[in-house]
Design a protein. Structure first.
Length: 493
C-alpha cells in the first residue's frame, strides 16, 4: 500500500469548542496551505486591497537577519520555505474574504507523526468554520482521511510498528490509570522490544539449523548443538507463554476488573452494591430471592475501572426455576471474576455460615474478601483468615466502612504490580498470534526430542517467527488486515 495523495481530517472531538485542529498530511500539504493561507496580521488586513508592499517572491533561505529586520519579508515566506516544527499566525481566505484567523503548525517529513509533510491548522471551534475549512481543502484537491489513516500512514512509513499503532487507539480510549499505563508502555515500544528479542533468537536458531542443511554432505560438521537448541527453544516457549498468560490480567484492566458480589440471600449484597455506587441501583428487600439475575455496574476506584456484579443469593436448593437459574449464573460469574466478595450476615450463627462457605471458596485460586455485614448490630471481631482469603466486618450504613471495602479491593487487585514496566498483552489479535507461536515452538521442541531432520525444525521455527511478525506487522502483506485494524480508529487519528 503506497499513499501518494494528501488527506485531511478534523482531529479534535466533534462539535463546537474553543478551538479545533484540522490535520493535513501528504506530499502536497504545504502547497495547498500556501494557496489558502496569508501569513501575518498586516498581510491579512491588506489582502482585499492588493497591498503591493508585501514581497511575495521571497528566496527560500531568507532569515530574519538577512531580511534586515524587514518583518514583511519574513511574514510572507511560503509554508514550505519555513523551518520545521514552527507555528505561524495568519488567516485562511476564501474568495477574497477572511474565513478565520488561525495558527499553522509545520512538520516536515520524515519528522512528523505520519512521516510525511504535515500541517495542523488550529482554528476557532465553530462548526461552520470547521466545515468550511474542510470543504475548502477538498476543493483544492485534498481527500478526507479515512478512520485511522494518519496512524496507518505512520505505520506504512516506518514511524511505528503495528502493535504500537494499535496502542495509539488504546491510549485514546483509555479511561483509567491502568489502561493508560499499558497503552503508554506499548506505544513506546515495550511489547515490540520483547518481540524483537524473541525473533532475533529464533532467527539465530533457524540459521544454525539451515547452515547444517547446506553442509549436509559433511556429516562430521555440527553447527547446532541440539542440547543448546533445546534449552533456547524452551526459554522462548516460556517467554511466549508468559506473554500469552498476561492477557487475562491485561484484558481485565482494559475492560474493567470483574468483582463478583456473592453470598446467601438477604446478607446485604444489593445494599453493598448501592453503597459502593452511591445510588439505588439494585432493589433491596427482606424477601429471599429478590435478586434473580446478575446486575452489573462499573465504578472507578483510584483511577481503575471495576465491574461489580451483584449475583443471586446462594442456597442449597430452591423450587423456583428462575431463582435456580440465577444461582447457576452466580457460580459462573464467580468463576470468571478476578475478585470475589463473599458476604455473610453477622447476626446469624457464624458456624452455620462460614464453615460450608470456606469449603466452597477453597476451589477458587483468586483473591477473596469475606465481608461480614450488619456489624452495627452484631459488633463482632473479624474471623481468622489466611492465604488468598481476607475478612472484614462492616455496616453498609457507615461511609467509612464502604471506603474500607474499596481500599481492600484495590489491594486485592494489585494494580500497581500488574501495570508496572513489565509487558502486558491487552489485544485479542496479539493473544491469538502468541498462542499459535507457542504451538509452533512446542513442535520445535518435540522435534528436537525426537531428533527430527533440520528442514522440519526450520519450517516450524519460521512459522513461529511469522506469527510473532504478525503482531508487529512485519509479516502482514495484505491490505485487508490493515484496513480491518485501522477501521476501528477514530477519524482524525
Amino acid at each position: 500500500m503506497i499513499f501518494n495523495d494528501t488527506v485531511c481530517a478534523i482531529s479534535t472531538p466533534p462539535g463546537p469548542g474553543g478551538i479545533a485542529v484540522i490535520r493535513v498530511s501528504g506530499p502536497d500539504a504545504f502547497g495547498v496551505c500556501d494557496k489558502l493561507f496569508i501569513p501575518g496580521r498586516r498581510a491579512a488586513d491588506k489582502f482585499a486591497g492588493n497591498d503591493d508592499t508585501c514581497p511575495v517572491n521571497v528566496p527560500a533561505a531568507v532569515s530574519d537577519a538577512e531580511s534586515g529586520g524587514d518583518n514583511r519579508a519574513v511574514a510572507c515566506r511560503r509554508i514550505g520555505q519555513r523551518p520545521a516544527n514552527t507555528v505561524v499566525y495568519g488567516s485562511i481566505h476564501r474568495n477574497g474574504e477572511a474565513l478565520d484567523d488561525v495558527l499553522l503548525s509545520i512538520f516536515r517529513a520524515p519528522h512528523s507523526y505520519t512521516g510525511e509533510d504535515t500541517v495542523e491548522i488550529s482554528c476557532h471551534g465553530s462548526l461552520y468554520i470547521q466545515q468550511q475549512l474542510m470543504q475548502l481543502l477538498v476543493e483544492n484537491g485534498v481527500r478526507q482521511a479515512c478512520p485511522g489513516e494518519f496512524t496507518q500512514r505512520a505505520f506504512m512509513n516506518g514511524k511505528m510498528d503495528l502493535s504500537q499503532a494499535e496502542a495509539v487507539a488504546d491510549l485514546i480510549a483509555s479511561t483509567s490509570v491502568g489502561m493508560h499505563r499499558l497503552a503508554m508502555n506499548q506505544m513506546r515500544g515495550g511489547f515490540s522490544d520483547e518481540l524483537k528479542q524473541l525473533r532475533a533468537q529464533l532467527l539465530d536458531f533457524t540459521s544454525l539449523i539451515e547452515l547444517e542443511l547446506d553442509f549436509s554432505d559433511h556429516e562430521e560438521l555440527e553447527f547446532a548443538d541440539r542440547t543448546q537448541l533445546r534449552e533456547l527453544a524452551d526459554r522462548i516457549r516460556c517467554k511466549i507463554r508468559d506473554l500469552a498468560d498476561s492477557f487475562a490480567a491485561g484484558n481485565a484492566i482494559k475492560n474493567g476488573i470483574p468483582v463478583a458480589i456473592t453470598g446467601k440471600p438477604n446478607v446485604g449484597k444489593s445494599t453493598l452494591l448501592n453503597a459502593l455506587l452511591n445510588e439505588e441501583r439494585a432493589i433491596v428487600s427482606d424477601i429471599p430471592g429478590t435478586t434473580r439475575d446478575t446486575i452489573e455496574e462499573t465504578l472507578y476506584i483510584e483511577g481503575q475501572l471495576f465491574r461489580f456484579i451483584d449475583t443471586a443469593g446462594l442456597r442449597d436448593s430452591t423450587s423456583d426455576r428462575i431463582e435456580a437459574l440465577g444461582i447457576q449464573r452466580s457460580f459462573e460469574k464467580a468463576e470468571k471474576a478476578s475478585i470475589i466478595l463473599y458476604l455473610f450476615d453477622l447476626t446469624q450463627k457464624e458456624t452455620e455460615e462460614i464453615v460450608p462457605v470456606s469449603r466452597w471458596l477453597q476451589k477458587f485460586n483468586k483473591p477473596i474478601l469475606m465481608i461480614g455485614t450488619k456489624n452495627d448490630v452484631a459488633r463482632r471481631s473479624p474471623i481468622h483468615t489466611s492465604g488468598n482469603v481476607k475478612a472484614i466486618h462492616i455496616s453498609c450504613k457507615e461511609p467509612a466502612d464502604i471506603e474500607r471495602v474499596k481500599n481492600h479491593i484495590i489491594r486485592l487487585a494489585n494494580i500497581n504490580k500488574v501495570t508496572g514496566n513489565e509487558v502486558i498483552v491487552t489485544n485479542v489479535r496479539h493473544y491469538e498470534a502468541l498462542l499459535r507461536a507457542g504451538e509452533s515452538i512446542a513442535r520445535v521442541m518435540e522435534g528436537l526430542d525426537n531428533n527430527l531432520s533440520g528442514d522440519l525444525l526450520s519450517e516450524d521455527t519460521r512459522e513461529c517467527i511469522r506469527y510473532l511478525g504478525e503482531i508487529t506487522g512485519s509479516e502482514i502483506a495484505t491490505g485487508e488486515v490493515l484496513e480491518n485494524i485501522f477501521s476501528k480508529f477514530c477519524i482524525g487519528k
